[in-house]
Design a protein around this ligand. Sequence first.
Ligand SMILES: C[S@@+](CC[C@H](N)C(=O)[O-])C[C@H]1O[C@@H](n2cnc3c(N)ncnc32)[C@H](O)[C@@H]1O
Length: 348
Amino acid sequence: MSKTNAVESATDKNELNEFEQHYFNSYDHYGIHEEMLQDTVRTLSYRNAIIQNKDLFKDKIVLDVGCGTGILSMFAAKNGAKHVIGVDMSSIIEMAKKIVDINGLSDRITLLRGKLEDVELPYKKVDIIISEWMGYFLLYESMLDTVLFARDKYLVEGGLIFPDKCSLHVAGLEDAQYKDEKVNYWQDVYGFDYSPFMPLVMREPLVDTVDNAAVNTTKSKLIEFDLNTVTVADLAFESKFTLTAKRKDFINGLISWFDIQFPAPEGVKPVTFSTGSHAPYTHWKQTVFYLNDDLEADSGDILEGKLTCTPNKLHSRDLDIKISYDFKAIGPDAAERSTQNTNNYLMH
Ligand SMILES: C[S@@+](CC[C@H](N)C(=O)[O-])C[C@H]1O[C@@H](n2cnc3c(N)ncnc32)[C@H](O)[C@@H]1O
């Protein structure tokens, strides 16, 4: 059954548009895989979830969507899967082949190169899909589309998806100093006015680690997805949020993060992890949206908003994000501090 000796691509890379080529090229280099493997919150969550569900993996056919170096395929094979099919478009699969071989698993793992959408699997149906598809702000990269394609084409009725639940969250953030350094830097660059850069900087969400002490409002869940039922159309969403200021402080931006949950046997606590600033570091860090206004908040003030997220029309792996907000201050100076605005962002 092993196909690990020939990793010919089912997809001709030259046929892909330049953005798709760039996307898959970014996974060719070992550096990005090193970063993912060394993210122990990420990698051990997958391993723990597979071990916790060992009984369910026993003798099952497993599909690893975007197998990279093959780590998830090997976790599944080591924990009872009858056979694992790992699919990846990037050349990293050549290394996965070597790794699977030297770890003695090539009779249990078949590696296929190509876009999942183009490859022909050696099985008509699989029992379990595993995939690490999450991007910054959960949906950047749009790899979830591929997992849903795999689900609809290959997963048996009642099959499992690891992970199968995810949610996106926001809260308010004080970040005046860094915002000032990033944005106002362009006002005077060696004595020259570079201010045309300022709107570009504001438009780009910032991926960075945030000190949890700087989060100064309650949090709000924007949306959750159940991978067993969600459709690609659902991934373009509009969601309302309400945040309450916890102290007298400026709200300079919104911090966002996502949480992940794996299936668990009946009555057992599922494996979960969070990419929030309150949780241990992950390579996804957090995503910050600076607001045009620096909101002068006091404890109890309300920040109501609406976030719209859609894949960019030109480059579908990029995200267009729009945040409209209505800051409702309370107290004697409420009228001066209250404000409304709409900010547009492009995550690319
Ligand atoms: C985030 S990495 C995860 C790698 C590996 N599963 C791990 O956990 O370390 C995602 C991988 O999916 C691959 N990928 C993304 N979209 C794909 C598609 N449509 N078909 C095949 N591979 C894809 C990328 O090339 C990349 O190696």
